[in-house]
Design a protein around this ligand. Structure first.
Ligand code: C5P
Length: 317
């Protein structure tokens, strides 16, 4: 039986603008997404019984079909019944390093790794865009997690345009261990509070999205200008999460006071990230924030931007 070990990187949002409602109940978004070095490891192997089994080192992670990685395996079983009959069931072991419900796409990147891994395990030969089409059925961030790097994401977040690599930048992440935010809750709150300002006509939506494509942040990314990027990062969801969770605002302010290139909440939070020019600067920021907020509940990480999505670490027969 073959097995694969895959690296599944987290992502941060350098930009997240909510444009309006969609007919499918989701929001129409314009985002700039960035893969980072903080990653889970997914070990995938075929087993002789016809079941899907999930293991994880983090007890917060469900092991049933409420886990997106489990649902990714179920989707592949449904889509490719002949391969499933030939290769048998699947054992998925998740070594979780990415915090859960943190705005870092931890669940989505695990699902992305399962799709990529099963494609290899079952020798399906799917293209990246075929895998991304399957990924979009599981969650809005899954297609990005497959390809990774730096990209503009529009629609629900599943329509991607790649941007140049930014792997010279470093990032410090901060998250209170006891605090999680549900993405569905954050979008629902946003709709309640700001729904009246949503754009609804197709022309205005298209023109807003295209302005981001040629806008100042994307321009700064093309010039790999860390200071400009740091000044232009934006996240609409801060408008609902920061007032509800003052701790997150306090963490953001702590990062800001250390002279970072820029600081922002990622996705629906509650993780806050800060951009730095070098590993040494990032470590200095980490130490300063640790001293300013000396609680064991605050986890901090230093990592860097990365220009890949799901990667195969090793395989065995
Ligand atoms: O796509 P995903 O399952 O990751 O999204 C989680 C939740 O976030 C959705 O159920 C929805 O409530 C909200 N969402 C949204 N608009 C998007 C993406 C997510 O309203 N474009």
């Amino acid at each position: 039986m073959h097995s694969y070990s895959l690296i599944a990187p987290a992502k941060i949002n350098l930009y997240l603008e909510i444009l309006g409602d969609r007919a499918d109940g989701y929001h129409e978004l314009v985002m700039v997404l960035q893969s980072i070095g903080l990653a889970d490891k997914i070990y995938l192997r075929s087993i002789s019984t016809d079941i899907i089994r999930v293991y994880c080192n983090n007890p917060q992670v469900p092991l049933d079909n409420s886990n997106l990685a489990y649902r990714a395996a179920e989707l592949m079983v449904r889509e490719f019944p002949t391969a499933f009959a030939q290769y048998g069931g699947l054992e998925i072991t998740i070594n979780k390093q990415i915090p859960v419900a943190a705005g870092l796409a931890g669940g989505s990147t695990n699902a992305a790794a399962v799709l990529v891994g099963i494609d290899l395990l079952w020798k399906l030969g799917l293209t990246q865009s075929e895998l991304q089409e399957l990924g979009a059925k599981l969650g809005s961030d899954v297609p990005f997690c497959i390809a990774g790097g730096t990209a503009i994401a529009t629609g629900r977040g599943e329509q991607l345009s790649p941007l140049p690599d930014l792997d010279h930048l470093y990032v410090v992440l901060g998250k209170y261990r006891s605090l999680t935010v549900s993405t569905a809750w954050a979008y629902q709150m946003y709709r309640q509070q700001f729904g009246s300002s949503y754009i609804s006509d197709v022309k205005s939506l298209e023109s807003r999205a295209s302005r981001v494509h040629s806008g100042p942040l994307v321009n700064a990314i093309f010039h790999k200008d860390g200071a400009k990027i740091g000044g232009l990062i934006h996240n609409d969801l801060e408008r609902v999460v920061l007032p509800t969770h003052p701790q997150v605002l306090q963490l953001r302010e702590a990062f800001h006071s250390t002279g970072v290139l820029g600081t922002m909440m990622s996705g629906s939070g509650p993780t806050v990230f800060a951009l730095a020019e070098s590993n040494a600067q990032a470590e200095q920021i980490q130490d300063q924030v640790k001293a300013m907020i000396p609680t064991p509940d605050l986890d901090l990480w230093v990592t860097r931007f990365c220009n890949t999505g799901i990667q195969v670490a090793s395989s065995a027969k």
